[in-house]
Design a protein around this ligand. Structure first.
Ligand SMILES: Cc1ncc(COP(=O)(O)O)c(C=O)c1O
Length: 436
């Protein structure tokens, strides 16, 4: 026991946040009224009054295998008690084991190497630097509705305007996202016209030779936009033809979440040059990683690169336990089965509630998009916010996503059960029915 006292009162916590958090940290709040969570257990959260909620947000996709999963907690506790931190200058077996175990989950026959970071944005920054260092080119491509993190470099490849601040580095050109519901080429246009856009953008908005392109196999904050068949492989081909590297951002779609594969890019049979990981890798412990081929990482050794907490043994111990649980608890299979069932229930809701324009996603990466009119597809931000608030009363925590905040995103811990699916469907139904 530390003897440190914590005041759990909601009002007092809100007042402390408002007074002592910078504006940049207290702008991003979901509900009208403050909410305090005290406890988490697998797919459930509990507020200060011990009311249970299903966490369909997975604490922003960080909770991959379950809140406070006993195996992950035990692994981190044991390591923290023994040696909480060991700087990467010294050797420690735990991060080295994790590097080996992580590369074993990737397509085989490649000499993968790992650089651990503390977060996804740091990993994105590093991936950008590796691509520019290896190729000797500056320009990067990214998708208009992509989100890649809060650091200056990660913001520079983030297309969603509401996440971009002044003063970001340049040399980034954006291409249209191959959104099959409301993309610029219309519904179900496939990958081809969007691949042409990549070529056009390379020849018109870059130096012609590029450092690479960063893509999420399923966009998260962009509103659960899965890349259509052929897009990732076609993009990689075009990027490589222009001298660049294909960077897969698997921060949200990785670790089995899409159900069919451990890594989202596997759905298109493409092997990326660089892979960015974070969030689910640590089940809530701060950890990120860049995985690339040995040859591509090699030129980075010409200068020093040091993340103070990168390869931190406590987070890496948690990471090892996460990989173990994904295997032993058959997490990916559960994402497929339970995600498939939830998807069906969301389609039923679409039949019943006209505000739902689209239901999409795969595995436990799902979304419903709200529109004012199904024909015009005008985004309905207000209804999205209202349903989101109503869901709180139904004991469901979701996320408002997409460039117009008109998408309810569902990315729960991957231990969500079939029984939970019924509760979610009922809760959403009530939330829509309660709309005035
Ligand atoms: C796809 C994607 N990439 C990168 C990041 C940045 O990760 P972090 O917030 O750990 O810096 C995020 C964060 O939400 C993300 O969703």
């Amino acid at each position: 026991m530390t003897g440190l006292k914590t005041d759990w009162a909601i009002d007092a916590t809100a007042a402390r946040r408002n007074k002592f958090y910078a504006a940049s940290q207290h702008k991003f709040i979901p509900f009208k009224d403050p909410m305090v969570f005290k406890k988490g257990s697998m797919q459930y959260l509990y507020d200060a009054e011990d009311r249970q909620y299903i966490d369909l947000l997975g604490m922003n996709v960080c909770i991959s295998v379950g809140h406070s999963h006993p195996k992950v907690v035990a692994a981190a506790q044991e390591q923290a008690a023994e040696l909480t931190h060991c700087t990467t200058m010294f050797y420690h077996p735990v991060p080295a084991h994790l590097a080996e175990e992580l590369t074993a989950t990737l397509p085989q026959g490649h000499d993968w190497v790992v650089h651990f970071t503390n977060s996804g944005a740091e990993a994105v920054d590093l991936a950008m630097t590796i691509a520019r260092t290896y190729t000797g080119h500056q320009d990067l491509l990214a998708l208009r509705t992509g989100y890649h993190g809060p650091t200056a470099a990660a913001q520079s490849v983030t297309g969603i305007a509401s996440w971009r601040h002044p003063g970001m580095p340049g040399h980034v050109a954006f291409v249209p996202e191959p959104n099959q519901y409301r993309g610029i080429f219309g519904e179900n246009a496939g990958a081809a016209p969007y691949l042409d856009e990549i070529e056009r953008t390379i020849s018109s908005a870059t130096e012609g030779r590029i450092a690479g392109m960063i893509v999420e196999s399923v966009q998260g904050y962009g509103g659960i936009i899965a890349m259509p068949k052929g897009y990732l492989s076609g993009a990689a081909e075009r990027v490589r033809a222009a001298g660049g590297l294909f960077i897969a951002d698997e921060v949200q779609a990785g670790f089995g979440r899409t159900g069919d594969h451990m890594w989202g890019f596997e759905a298109d049979g493409v092997v990326p040059d660089i892979i960015v990981m974070a969030k689910g890798i640590g089940n809530g412990f701060p950890l990120g990683a860049v995985v690339t081929h040995k040859k591509i990482a090699a030129p980075m050794a010409e200068k020093f690169m040091f993340h103070t907490y990168g390869a931190n043994p406590t987070s890496c111990a948690a990471g090892r336990a996460v990989l173990d649980v994904i295997k032993t608890d058959k997490v990916q299979q559960n994402a497929k089965t339970v995600g498939g069932a939830l998807y069906q229930r969301l389609l039923d809701l679409k039949d019943k509630h006209h505000a739902i324009g689209d239901v999409r996603g795969k595995g436990l990466m799902l979304a419903i998009e709200m529109v004012k009119d199904r024909k015009t597809k005008e985004p309905d931000r207000e209804t999205t916010a209202a349903v989101f608030e109503n869901c709180r009363d139904s004991g469901l925590i979701l996320s408002k996503s997409g460039p117009t905040q008109s998408v309810l995103r569902m990315v729960p811990p991957m231990c969500l059960s079939l029984e939970d699916v019924e509760v979610v469907a009922e809760g959403l139904d009530q939330a829509f029915s309660a709309l005035k």
